[in-house]
Design a protein around this ligand. Structure first.
Ligand SMILES: Cc1cc2nc3c(=O)[nH]c(=O)nc-3n(C[C@H](O)[C@H](O)[C@H](O)COP(=O)(O)O)c2cc1C
Length: 219
């Protein structure tokens, strides 16, 4: 039986998607799948943390207006048929991230044409518009989309939003420090979620091996 091959195309700014993907990849490989993991590479990578409140605000605003962040052309070896392509990244101001928008504009239709694609999203809590835009950008590519996998930061709502903003700015004023420690003790995903991603990887590997993935989870 031939080995299943999965391509993971991703962007990660503050390593949250990357941490989840490490778990996912482990699970897939434990299930005997060959995984090729490729990060989108901006020509001018944005720096994390941004370093100022104003810089963080500016980044959120330009993400809201869907400013593209130009990326290097993807490796030509990606343009082949895969058993599954996982398209992964964070939500930025309700949309896909700037590098992912560039990928969708320029390369994705040709590369993903006719493939099975699993959207994989890391976010604080809002992901639906991001997912819809991803699918819309690929509407002419005859893609078979699988059910999206969405991972939320586990800290509660408003505290999590504040935590993301301050982490992005890279500055936490002393007055907020102890409050944040109580209500948003960590930024991003928990070790438990990384383990969940690993279980997801194992279950995807089983489904791929048994030929169940391609019939069952289509949207
Ligand atoms: C510029 C920017 C805008 C963001 N906007 C949203 C948003 O609209 N909704 C949301 O749920 N999370 C939002 N987030 C939080 C990220 O989606 C979240 O922190 C994610 O886990 C980051 O993944 P990464 O480290 O792989 O980039 C935003 C983060 C950044 C940097």
């Amino acid at each position: 039986m031939n080995q299943k091959r999965v391509l993971i195309i991703f962007y990660s700014f503050s390593s949250q998607t990357r941490n989840l993907l490490n778990g996912l990849t482990k699970g897939l490989e434990e299930g005997g799948v060959v995984v090729q993991c490729e990060q989108l590479k901006p020509f001018i990578p944005p720096h994390f943390p941004v370093g100022s409140y104003w810089g963080a605000l500016e980044m959120m605003l330009s993400a809201f207006f869907k400013r593209r962040i130009a990326i290097e052309p993807p490796d030509s070896r990606w343009y082949v048929a895969w058993d599954l392509v996982i398209c992964a990244g964070p939500t930025w101001s309700y949309h896909p991230s700037g590098p992912m928008l560039s990928f969708l504009d320029t390369y994705a239709v040709e590369m993903l044409k006719g493939q099975y694609v699993l959207p994989f999203i890391s976010c604080r809590s809002y992901w639906r518009l991001h997912h819809w835009e991803l699918k819309r950008a690929l509407r002419d590519a005859d893609i078979k989309f699988l059910k999206p996998q969405v991972f939320f930061h586990p800290s509660p709502g408003a505290w999590c939003a504040l935590g993301v903003f301050l982490k992005l700015a890279g500055r936490i004023p002393n007055v907020w420090r102890s409050l944040l420690q109580n209500y948003c003790p960590r930024y991003g995903h928990s070790p438990h979620q990384i383990e969940e991603a690993r279980s997801l990887g194992r279950s995807l590997a089983d489904k791929l091996r048994e030929g169940r993935l391609h019939g069952e989870q289509l949207l």
